[in-house]
Write a protein that binds this ligand. Structure first.
Ligand code: ACO
Length: 319
C-alpha cells in the first residue's frame, strides 16, 4: 500500500510586495542586491489580523476541491507552521474548526522550513498503516510577524502564504521514500530565540540568522537528501522529473541542482514571486507547477526542505 497525493492547493494573501515597494516602506536596500543575492523580486505579506489558520483554510479548501472529497472524510490534519495563531490551541485545531470537520486527529508540526516534509513523513505513515484514510497536510506561515523590519539582511527574504495536500491510500505507487533528520547542535544559526513568560516577551522575538552558515549547511544536506531518497527507491538522480526544493534562495537551489547534475529546467522555482514562505514554500511551489501543467501524473517528484533546528527532510513521489 502506498500513500498518494490526491489533491493540492495554495493561497497567497493580498497583492505582491516588490523590492521597490519595500524601499518605499523605508527599508534601506536595493533591488539589485536582493535579486543578485537571493533571486527574490516580490513576496506577499498578510494584513494585520490575518493568521496562519486563515491562509491554511484557503489553501485547504482548494486542495479538498482538487481531491474531490468531502471535508468530513478527512481523519488527520497536520499543520506545519512556526507562526501559529496562538501558543495553544494548535493551528491545526483552529483550521479544523474553520473547515467544519469534526473528529479528525489534528496537531501542528514545528520544524520551521522543513515542517511540510516532516508533516508529510508523519501522515504517510498513518496512511500506510491504515490508521488514517484521508489526511490534510498543510504548510502555513505569516513569517512577516517575526521579522525585524530594521534588519535588512533578513526582512527582505521572507513572505507569507500557505500550501496544502490531501493524502490517501493507494495500491499504485505514490510516496516512494520519505526521510527526515535534525541536528539540534546547529540551533543558533537560524532562530527566533524569544518566549513569553509572565505576560512579557523574554529574549529576542525576531528571526536571527547566520546567512553564510545556513547557506553551506543547506547545500550539503539538500544534495544528501536527494541521494538518500534515490537509494531507498532504487532510482538515480537522473530519473527525477522535477525537483521541488524549499524556496529559500536561488543560489542555494542552483548549487544543489548543480551538485546533483540536475538541469535547472527540472527545478520548480517560485521564490522570485513568493520569497521564502518557510513551511509553506514546498506545497506552494508544488501547487503552482501542478496547476500550470508542468508536473504531470506518473512523474517522479522530489520534495526537499531544510530549516531551523537544524532540520531537513525529503519525499520522493511518483505523482
Ligand atoms: N540590501 C542591501 N545591502 C544589504 C542587505 C540588503 N537587504 N542586507 C545586507 N546587506 C549588506 C550588508 O550590510 C553588508 O554590507 P557591508 O559589506 O558594507 O557591511 C553586505 O550586504 C554583506 O552582508 P552579509 O550579511 O555578509 O551578506 P551575505 O553576502 O552573507 O548575503 C544572504 C546574505 C543573501 C542572506 C546570504 O548569506 C545567503 O544567501 N544565505 C543563505 C541563507 C538563506 O537564504 N536563508 C533564508 C532563510 S533560511 C532557510 O530557509 C533554510
Amino acid at each position: 500500500m502506498f500513500t498518494r497525493i490526491a489533491g493540492v492547493g495554495s493561497y497567497l494573501p493580498g497583492n505582491p510586495v516588490t523590492n521597490s515597494d519595500l524601499i518605499q516602506r523605508g527599508i534601506d536596500t536595493n533591488d539589485e542586491w536582493i535579486v543578485s543575492r537571493t533571486g527574490i523580486k516580490a513576496r506577499h505579506l498578510a494584513e494585520v489580523g490575518c493568521t496562519s489558520s486563515d491562509l491554511a483554510l484557503e489553501a485547504s479548501r482548494k486542495a479538498i476541491a482538487s481531491a474531490d472529497i468531502d471535508v468530513s472524510e478527512i481523519d488527520l490534519i497536520i499543520v506545519a507552521t512556526s507562526t501559529p495563531d496562538f501558543i495553544f490551541p494548535s493551528t491545526a485545531c483552529l483550521l479544523q474548526s474553520k473547515l467544519g470537520n469534526k473528529g479528525a486527529m489534528a496537531f501542528d508540526v514545528q520544524a520551521v522550513c522543513s515542517g511540510f516534509v516532516y508533516a508529510l513523513n508523519i501522515a504517510e505513515k498513518y496512511i500506510r498503516t491504515g490508521a488514517s484514510k484521508k489526511a490534510l497536510v498543510v504548510g502555513a506561515e505569516v513569517f512577516s510577524r517575526i521579522l525585524d523590519w530594521e534588519d535588512r539582511a533578513t526582512c527582505v527574504l521572507f513572505g507569507d502564504g500557505a500550501g496544502a495536500v490531501i493524502l490517501e491510500a493507494s495500491e499504485a505507487p505514490g510516496i516512494l521514500a520519505s526521510v527526515a533528520h535534525a541536528d539540534g547542535s546547529q540551533h543558533k544559526i537560524l532562530s527566533v530565540p524569544g518566549s513569553i513568560c509572565g505576560g512579557k516577551v523574554v529574549g529576542d522575538p525576531f528571526l536571527r540568522m547566520d546567512g553564510q552558515a545556513v547557506f553551506k549547511f543547506a547545500v550539503r544536506v539538500l544534495s544528501e537528501l536527494a541521494h538518500e531518497c534515490c537509494a531507498i527507491s532504487g532510482i538515480s538522480t537522473g530519473d527525477i522529473d522535477w525537483l521541488v526544493p524549499h524556496q529559500a534562495n536561488i543560489r542555494i537551489i542552483e548549487s544543489t541542482s548543480k551538485k546533483l547534475g540536475l538541469s535547472v529546467d527540472k527545478v520548480i522555482v517560485t521564490l522570485d514571486s513568493h520569497g521564502n514562505t518557510s513551511a509553506a514554500s514546498i506545497p506552494l511551489a508544488l501547487d503552482v507547477a501542478v496547476r500550470d501543467g508542468r508536473i504531470q501524473r506518473g512523474q517522479k517528484i522530489l520534495l526537499e526542505g531544510v530549516g531551523g533546528g537544524f532540520t531537513w527532510g525529503a519525499a520522493l513521489i511518483e505523482y
